[in-house]
Design a protein around this ligand. Structure first.
Ligand SMILES: Nc1ncnc2c1ncn2[C@@H]1O[C@H](COP(=O)(O)OP(=O)(O)O)[C@@H](O)[C@H]1O
Ligand SMILES: [Mg+2]
Length: 248
């Protein structure tokens, strides 16, 4: 583990933008995240993959400092700052934004009010104008109640809310889940635009092929361990690896 970090530091002469070091996390006594480590360079998109139950969501929740699962060991560094002793609110202030699987659109609020709520505290990110430029559909529906949007539009709003904050690391948990293929294509387009803008992103997806198309790198988890860390393209070309850990 420390060897890996040392060689990375030797490699590019500086510490990585984001670094997860030997994370161990538990739900009660259930030991789930069992020593996960990886680094991400600034602007990189990392696909975090693995079968159902491999520990992907738990790893994202550990990074976001949700407290559930409880991280009992390990370090989390973002942009030179340690996050491992912070609460989720403070980690969010530092630029960590989790878009959870269930999207958590606030009931009773319009699209724009959902965005306003995200900006209630600094640091503020994109303006509403910038957001509506990337998501014209949200602009058209700015006065509509957020929970009455279609699934794809709610996913866009959940991502937009993260951009409304000053996001430095975007964590996307299964952004394509439950969406029709044509809507998946729309969300893919948005994520690829976010990538071009240079926002460092971790994308968790059951649809591994779709995630690998967008990602620079891939980390594959199996029972809470990292079993692959390398280029995304190499995973697409490695049938044995895909059969063993991704079932695709
Ligand atoms: N709240 C929880 N309490 C106890 N066990 C959980 C909880 N959430 C997830 N788990 C267990 O942790 C393991 C990893 O789950 P998860 O991180 O959701 O996997 P993935 O996102 O890769 O499908 C699974 O065995 C799951 O049953
Ligand atoms: Mg999950």
């Amino acid at each position: 583990m420390s060897e890996q970090v040392d060689s990375n530091e030797k490699g590019n002469g500086k510490t990585p933008f984001f670094s997860l070091r030997d994370i161990h996390a538990y739900y009660g006594e259930s030991y789930i995240v069992q020593g996960v480590s990886f680094d991400i360079n600034e602007g990189e998109v990392l696909a975090l993959l693995g079968r159902n139950g491999a520990g992907k969501t738990s790893t994202l929740r550990s990074i976001a400092r949700t407290g559930d699962p409880e991280v009992r060991q390990g370090e989390i560094w973002l942009n030179g700052e340690p996050l491992h002793n912070m609460k989720s609110h403070d980690a969010a202030q530092r630029g960590l934004q989790l878009v959870p699987e269930d999207r958590r659109i606030i009931q009773g609020l319009t699209v724009e009010e959902n965005l306003q709520l995200a900006q209630i505290n600094p640091p503020i990110g994109w303006s509403f104008e910038q957001i509506y430029e990337l998501f014209p559909r949200l602009g058209e529906r700015r006065t509509q109640e957020g929970t009455t949007l279609s699934g794809g539009e709610q996913q866009m709003l959940a991502v937009a809310r993260a951009l409304a904050r000053d996001v430095k690391l975007l964590l996307l948990d299964e952004p394509y889940e439950g969406l029709a293929p044509v809507i998946v294509q729309e969300i893919e387009k948005v994520i690829s635009q976010i990538r071009e803008i240079g926002i460092t992103t971790i994308i968790v997806e059951q649809n591994a092929v779709a995630a690998l198309k967008l990602a620079d790198r891939a980390v594959i988890l199996d029972t809470g361990h990292v079993v692959y860390d390398g280029s995304a393209k190499a995973v697409l070309n490695d049938e044995a690896l895909r059969n063993e850990y991704l079932a695709i």
